[in-house]
Design a binder for this molecule. Sequence first.
Ligand SMILES: Cc1cc2nc3c(=O)[nH]c(=O)nc-3n(C[C@H](O)[C@H](O)[C@H](O)COP(=O)(O)OP(=O)(O)OC[C@H]3O[C@@H](n4cnc5c(N)ncnc54)[C@H](O)[C@@H]3O)c2cc1C
Length: 454
Amino acid sequence: MSPAITVVGYGPAAHRLVQRLHHHGHRGPVTVFGGEPQPAYNRAQLLSVLDGTLPSGALALGPLPPGTEVRTGSRITAVDPGRRLLRDGDGGVHPYEVLVLATGSRPVLPPLSGAGDRRLPDIRVPHTLPGAEPVDRGPVVVVGGGLRGTETAYALGRAGHEVTLVHPGARPMHRLLDDRAGTLVTALLGEAGVAVETGRRAVAVEPGKIVLDDGRLLAAGTLLLCTGSEPDTVLARTARLAVGRGIVVDDRLRTSDPHIHALGDCVEAPARHATLASAWDQADALARTLSGGDGRHEPAGQVVVRPRLPALAALGPLQALDDPGDDEQVVLSDPAGGRYGRLVLREGRVRAGVLVGLPRAVATVGRLHAEDRPAPPDRLALLLGNDEEYANSAELPDTAVVCQCNNVTKKDLHEACRQGARDLPAIAAATRATTGCGSCTALVRRICESAAAS
Ligand SMILES: Cc1cc2nc3c(=O)[nH]c(=O)nc-3n(C[C@H](O)[C@H](O)[C@H](O)COP(=O)(O)OP(=O)(O)OC[C@H]3O[C@@H](n4cnc5c(N)ncnc54)[C@H](O)[C@@H]3O)c2cc1C
């Protein structure tokens, strides 16, 4: 007999969990409480709504299996693990048998004095659909030049907005990139028309303006706060679960209470940047466990971050870049050509690296790293993308994972093409490739074109 499962949070992790429960044969009742008014959507693609590339409806994750009870706009405010009860914001009480927390992450916001005046700029946090509505009041000031803020400023600059990026670090994405890579990224932002204010914080807002910590004023019609996020552990704390940076779980995604599991961005994770791929991996593992199988979950050891800027990648652990010790290092620096690559290798395998302006290396080194395969002996050819074995998609091995978010291999794509999927929407419907962060879209298209041609 399948247990009754109650899920709190209705983001990508919860959505995939419920789908996979059905797939693995769970037939007990499933209830989902979602705090946002709309059904689950792909949060990783919010930037495409903000810059006007996609309509908000395109982010919808689709219906859940029949029989799932979904309560949107219903925020759970407390868990009573002793009596196995949930309380919602309207005073409702809901018993549970097995509880899954999928409460995701919440933004960390800076103190800004002066907020509250209606003549102020449109102040938004692009973490939810309402916060990511297309920008219609310029100029735009993006506060926070970490991964998301830099991507946001670049996308809006490319979309023709007047944008300034304000960042307290010495260079954009300073926790992810080294100095030389950061300098090239600043140049890329400049090419997209983005002015960059490094070493500065926004401290206050005034009508039509942002005040910087050196007293200067920046004109602003829209202020976007991209100042980071953290696991949302508010609900877990009401149940007195073990919580560190996120909710602590074991390799079966069990919390410190045997009747409560957790997954997605709300759990304590080894990687600094939570990803869709990891939330979806966890969803599959937990669905197997809750359907009576063995759903042991191993966090992915290799971190690959591909910001939405051209030909840019950071491969972790990033401390290895700061302190490579006795590891082999390969460096290619061509500032005039906007190209820079630095790899740290141990026993012939890429341990960490940063790549800018080297599109082929981003694809090939990223895959070598993700699959923990040995690098070819000609390291420079690898960085320049001239290595014969890895140079283009036609030579990728069948087992190469092309869409990391959904774990789709080249072989899966060929199979979908063989079965009649001819364009990207059909490929996406058949394999889910491209439906995560979207960074594999160009490669998926090339593989499918070459499969169709042959
Ligand atoms: C702007 C942005 C860009 C991103 N880009 C990428 C990317 O390019 N690649 C990538 O891999 N990842 C990216 N991510 C991360 C990715 O979106 C997350 O890893 C993913 O959304 C995690 O899914 P989740 O379901 O765990 O959490 P979330 O998506 O945060 O969903 C959690 C849901 O739970 C709800 N909730 C919380 N508490 C309660 C409660 N008490 N009661 C009811 N409901 C509750 C929340 O309202 C929310 O709807 C990005 C994230 C953001 C914000």
